[in-house]
Design a protein around this ligand. Structure first.
Ligand code: ADP
Length: 194
């Protein structure tokens, strides 16, 4: 079973990704985690992407494509996977279609964890106010920029998957458990999990 997870910053995408990975034994492909690892380990790639991430902008597509291709070579594609944070614009969605067609696999579910913009903004402000900011790009200013980029570049990708009839919009305003259970209900209804 292969899944893509969408959610604006503050929508709880990371939390739900972790839930799904454990619940359905999926391999996670998180471009955000991969990029943060390369920044932390000071690789050439890390140095190239650091400033984009720090300002809340998208990292250039060619860098993302080589990261994804490398990662997909490394993993067992027969085990299901979850894309978290990719694709983030239409070019990336088209690239993913190509990859998927070339290796003969299907996308089964695309979930959009939908949270009202006002709630997102207040979550973002609270997150930034907490004393222990664990991510450099979690300051209020950068989060607002990430939200802007999400609305401008990433939201249009949802239509791409709505047109393929695999988009599921999930109300992201309930508790963490409610959101998880809404997602797994859809999966269990449509997909036979052993
Ligand atoms: P979130 O979804 O919480 O904003 P991520 O961990 O997915 O955070 O991404 C953090 C940052 O990494 C983004 O703001 C962006 O700079 C970069 N990034 C992650 N994935 C991609 C991608 N697919 N394309 C371009 N940039 C990306």
């Amino acid at each position: 079973m292969n899944i893509i997870l969408f959610g604006a910053p503050g929508a709880g995408k990371g939390t739900q990704a972790n839930f799904l990975i454990n619940e359905f034994d999926l391999t996670q492909i998180s471009t955000g985690d991969m990029l943060r690892n390369s920044v932390e380990s000071r690789t050439e790639l890390g140095k190239q992407v650091e400033s984009f991430m720090a300002s809340g902008d998208l990292v250039p597509d060619n860098i993302i494509f080589s990261l994804i291709t490398e990662r997909l070579n490394d993993i067992d594609m027969k085990k299901g996977f979850i894309f978290d944070g990719f694709p983030r614009n239409l070019k990336q969605a088209q690239k993913l279609d190509e990859i998927i067609n070339s290796i003969n696999i299907n996308l089964d579910f695309v979930f959009h964890i939908d949270v009202d913009e006002k709630i997102l903004t207040s979550r973002i402000e609270n997150r930034a106010k907490q004393e222990k900011i664990t991510r450099k790009d979690d300051t209020s200013e950068v989060l607002i920029e990430r939200l802007k980029v999400y609305n401008r570049d990433t939201k249009p990708v949802l239509d791409h998957y709505a047109n393929q009839n695999i988009l599921n919009v999930i109300d992201g305003m309930g508790t963490i458990d409610e959101v998880s259970s809404n997602i797994s209900t859809i999966i269990k209804k449509d997909f036979k999990v052993d």
